[in-house]
Design a protein around this ligand. Structure first.
Ligand code: NAD
Ligand code: MG
Length: 405
């Protein structure tokens, strides 16, 4: 029998397709073909990788932010063979969403550079698979409000938040329906503690970018690897949890767990703890988010089970707030509200880039965050433009502070 093939697969745009999350996403899609149609591929400057992906998946559009050392006209004609539209220029993510109508958007651009496109995806009421936590940190209030208006669904592809979503699955908002979210007292994110968990202040001073990007558990992009080393990543994730789960700041805890087998725990009102465990592989959170967006059961046989050897030694520690003050600082930013978390994030983005370029030392990263928070006072905001302008101002201020120091 000839069964007609279903030509209307859900369309998906991958913003940040050429990065680490992109890699893992495509690994999943190759393992489970015919689940989605890759309609848009968006990347920064890696045109050869974007081309290879376009050749493989034949999207309708490919959008890149910038390229260097290549003839643009030649590139355009090359891409036209493997996609309908090719765009090169700023706001590549936004342009992709203008050029093609999709059902699902994977937001996996690093940093505030992903904010405009993330916000557009939310405004359009899409299912948003969110890796780009920085967007939610900077504009959580606006994004959540907009999502409620547009009925956009935001599903995190951060391992800890995915774990919490899985732990909260099936709980109702209605306090009279059981199980209800009201039974949940605390959300507990685990943190590997990064490569310098056991370093002294003295040793931290001399840390190099090469050491910082070499994360002991996760293979990730350079920026998030440095964020893990400073524990700024966990600070961003506390803000991410605050907005995603609409939780109280005091109900979000962090537990250092170097093996990264426990991704998160929730504490219930009777004192029970529930945890989500699994391999340290981002295909877990990505496949869970995609299955939810598609309204289908979980994908089978995705994750390798942790071995008995891996489970034998599991350690948990409190965060050393003296050496790694980022989480504490972020909690007070969330308390202040308004633009404070954005100021934190923008200062960090500047500082991480400066650190990777060897312009500042490792410990200067948190110093830059402090400096910016002292200089810029938090205020309310009502648009993405305001936040992006503030971001530029902070970068300019810190650039001159670094030059003059
Ligand atoms: P990465 O550096 O490997 O990839 C970033 C991607 O964004 C690349 O495709 C790059 O070309 C693209 N990009 C960068 N600037 C751009 C711009 N201005 N316009 C268009 N595209 C641009 O980073 P990653 O590790 O994949 O992380 C991506 C996001 O996911 C980050 O927000 C990170 O915090 C989050 N995240 C990553 C992991 C992980 O395991 N890698 C885990 C959790 C969350
Ligand atoms: Mg994470």
């Amino acid at each position: 029998l000839n069964i007609a093939t279903n030509n209307t697969l859900p369309k998906i745009a991958i913003l940040g397709a050429t990065g680490s999350i992109g890699d893992t996403f495509f690994r999943l899609v190759r393992q489970f073909p015919n689940q989605v149609e890759i309609a848009a591929i968006v990347g920064g400057s890696n045109y050869s990788k974007a081309y290879a992906l376009a050749e493989e998946f034949r999207p309708s559009v490919v959008c890149l932010e910038s390229v260097v050392g290549v003839d643009v006209r030649h590139l355009q004609s090359k891409f036209k063979v493997v996609c309908n539209d090719f765009y090169l220029g700023s706001n590549a993510g936004l342009e992709a969403l203008n050029l093609v109508d999709v059902d699902i958007v994977v937001c996996a651009i690093t940093g505030i550079a992903g904010l405009r496109s993330c916000y557009r995806a939310v405004s359009l009421g899409k299912s948003v698979l969110l890796a780009n936590k920085e967007s939610l940190v900077c504009a959580g209030q606006l994004i959540k409000m907009t999502a409620k208006e547009s009925s956009a669904r935001i599903i995190s592809i951060d391992s800890e938040h995915s774990a919490i979503e899985q732990l909260l699955e099936g709980r109702s908002r209605d306090v009279n329906t059981f199980p209800s979210l009201a039974e949940v007292n605390k959300l507990i994110l685990t943190a590997s503690g990064g490569p310098f968990r056991e370093y002294s202040q003295e040793r931290l001073k001399a840390v190099t970018p090469e050491q910082a990007v070499n994360h002991p558990r996760w293979q990730m992009g350079a920026k998030i690897s440095v964020d893990s080393a400073t524990m700024v990543n966990k600070a961003l994730e506390v803000a991410e949890a605050f907005w995603l789960f609409e939780s109280k700041i005091s109900d979000i805890d962090v537990l250092v767990h170097p093996q990264s087998i426990f991704h998160a725990l929730i504490e219930l009102c009777d004192g029970s703890l529930l945890a989500q465990l699994g391999a340290t592989d981002m295909v877990g959170p990505i496949s869970y988010a995609l299955s939810r967006a598609l309204g289908r059961a979980r994908f089978s046989d995705i994750l390798r089970r942790p071995s008995i050897d891996q489970l034998r030694e599991l350690n948990f520690y409190a965060v050393d707030e003296e050496l790694f003050p980022a989480i504490k600082i972020m909690k007070s930013c969330l308390q202040s509200g308004g633009t404070a978390p954005c100021i934190f994030n923008s200062a960090n983005e500047f500082a991480v880039a400066a650190f990777l370029e060897k312009k500042i030392a490792f410990l200067d990263i948190t110093y830059c965050i402090d400096l910016a928070l002292n200089k810029f006072s938090s205020s309310s905001y009502s648009s993405i433009d305001e936040l992006l302008n503030l971001h530029t101002e902070i970068a300019e201020y810190l650039a001159s502070a670094v030059t003059n120091s």
